[in-house]
Design a protein around this ligand. Structure first.
Ligand code: ATP
Ligand code: MG
Length: 462
């Protein structure tokens, strides 16, 4: 009793048998069953009726405990992927590195994973830095819990009994709002360096404190991100930027030394004061959109993050006597080529970025038919929002943004009046087509080949 009291005062966590979960009933955890997706209940019930164990797991349980409606539901079971597939009409086994089953009900996708054995104790293939390359060893539930990332992400909820199974003190950490990695932090980051980015994302999104031992190795181990395939880093970065807390995430990335050298994108963005204002405004409006339940386009996001790098190069090409529009295309080529090496920007996203950038000089032409033509551009709205950001950040005169806002909203007479009173900017260039330099490494649109689209969360990625 006294020993327990002293340990509590010293903040030492009670050592419990990691193979035995703490089980909490409905009155203790207080989860509101109405927040559950009926399809998640259906999947666990079907599996249980077939004699298997089945639980809602991971982020969904964390969100339920925080009283937040989960955006998607993952299910963990002791049934193998083949056994799961047989029980559902629309079920597909996907993934190589980490095999899972996608079960579809209408538009809703549920990810069903078989309990994984502990990768530390098994012979999962690793690269020369210790990163786990493939992990399809199944194991008991307590090992599945142990190989999850954070204590708050390693709880299981059984809708039938309404009980929560907690192997790693996740409930306590949820209550104390602490983000704590399971196991030895260095070893866990070595197995999968993306976990360092996940620390940043969850801490910012949930506004949890990062437990000191979880945080300590990150600045030293940050360069390990370089060994992770670029497409996976990109997926995690996109999740981070679309989390509704992108600005907080970028600040935290910087505070933990994660941005340096490993993501040139962020080096560029965060280390130039002029660009910082623009990026801050862009991310603030992104966060506001996400929190209002609206979508944010990845193209717009990355176009904003890289704009000041484009601007710098654009000015340099112009100073070297290149005409403005070709100069802008050359600058865009440079930035996209450089970036796709480290962050696999998908072709579709790179095309959107290029469209948004290329539209910018066209906003300065306010006479004749040019403004009407620009209005018809399929991506006009994105280009216009981008222009407003440029004005707001002080890069351009606010008068230009106001002119376009009035023109956009105006009727025919108003538009004619605006065109008749508009000024043509000095040095506007209409004639020259962009000049291409030699073959580019990337596809025609400036993006690397990456045709699978943005991967679903948690797919093949763990
Ligand atoms: P979100 O709300 O952003 O989807 P999440 O916790 O559900 O958060 P996912 O990426 O969907 O995050 O992963 C689902 C679960 O899989 C996590 O809660 C965690 O238990 C486990 N997991 C995901 N990625 C890793 C990883 N890199 N290492 C260990 N466990 C992981
Ligand atoms: Mg999830």
């Amino acid at each position: 009793m006294i020993k327990k009291f002293i340990r509590k005062i010293l903040g030492v966590k009670d050592e419990r048998d990691p193979t035995q979960p703490v089980i909490l009933g409905a009155e203790e955890h207080g989860i509101d069953p109405k927040l559950l997706s009926p399809n998640a209940v259906r999947v666990t019930q079907t599996l249980q009726e077939a004699g298997f164990k089945a639980f809602v797991v991971g982020g969904a349980v964390r969100d339920l405990l925080l009283g937040v409606k989960p955006k998607d539901f993952d299910i963990a079971t002791d049934a193998t992927p083949e056994e799961v597939k047989k029980l559902f009409r629309r079920a597909f086994i996907i993934g190589r590195r980490f095999q899972i089953v996608h079960v579809m009900f209408g538009q809703e996708l549920l990810e069903v994973t078989t309990f994984r054995g502990n990768a530390v104790n098994n012979n999962a293939p690793k690269d020369e830095h210790g990163r786990v390359l493939r992990d399809n060893n199944f194991g008991p539930q307590h090992e599945d819990a142990e190989r999850r990332d954070f204590t708050i992400n390693a709880m299981y909820y059984d809708p039938a009994t309404q009980s929560v199974l907690d192997y790693h003190g996740g409930i306590e950490d949820i209550r104390a709002r602490i983000l704590r990695i399971i196991g030895q932090p260095e070893a866990r980051y070595r197995e999968d360096p993306v976990r360092m980015l996940r620390v940043v994302r969850f801490a910012a999104k949930l506004q949890f404190t990062i437990e000191p031992a979880t945080r300590a190795p990150i600045p030293v181990m940050a360069p390990l991100i370089n060994n992770v395939p670029a497409a996976r880093v990109f997926d995690e970065m996109l999740k981070l930027l679309q989390s509704g807390h992108s600005l907080a995430c970028l600040k935290e990335l910087r505070a933990s030394g994660l941005h340096h050298g490993l993501l040139p994108l962020l080096d560029v963005v965060l280390e130039q004061p002029i660009g910082m204002k623009f990026v801050t405004l862009a991310l603030e409006s992104t966060d506001a959109r996400v929190r209002a339940g609206k979508g944010v386009s990845a193209g717009f996001l990355f176009a904003s993050l890289l704009w000041h790098q484009v601007l710098e190069k654009w000015n340099a090409y112009r100073a070297a006597n290149e005409a403005p529009i070709p100069a802008l295309h050359l600058a865009a080529d440079d930035v996209l080529d450089n970036q796709t090496d480290s962050l696999a920007l998908q072709r579709r996203i790179a095309t959107d970025m290029r469209d948004i950038w290329a539209m910018q000089p066209r906003f300065e032409r306010r006479t004749g038919k040019a403004p009407y033509k620009l209005l018809e551009h399929p991506r006009f709205r994105a280009g216009f929002d981008f222009l407003l950001l440029r004005c707001e950040s002080g890069e351009l005169d606010a008068e230009l943004g106001n002119w376009w806002a009035t023109f956009y909203a105006g009727d025919i007479a108003e538009r004619e009046r605006l065109i008749n009173t508009a000024r043509e900017p000095a040095g506007a260039d209409k004639k020259k087509r962009p000049r291409r330099r030699g073959p580019r490494k990337t596809g025609e649109d400036g993006g690397v080949q990456h045709d699978a689209g943005v991967q679903a969360a948690g797919t093949d990625d763990e």
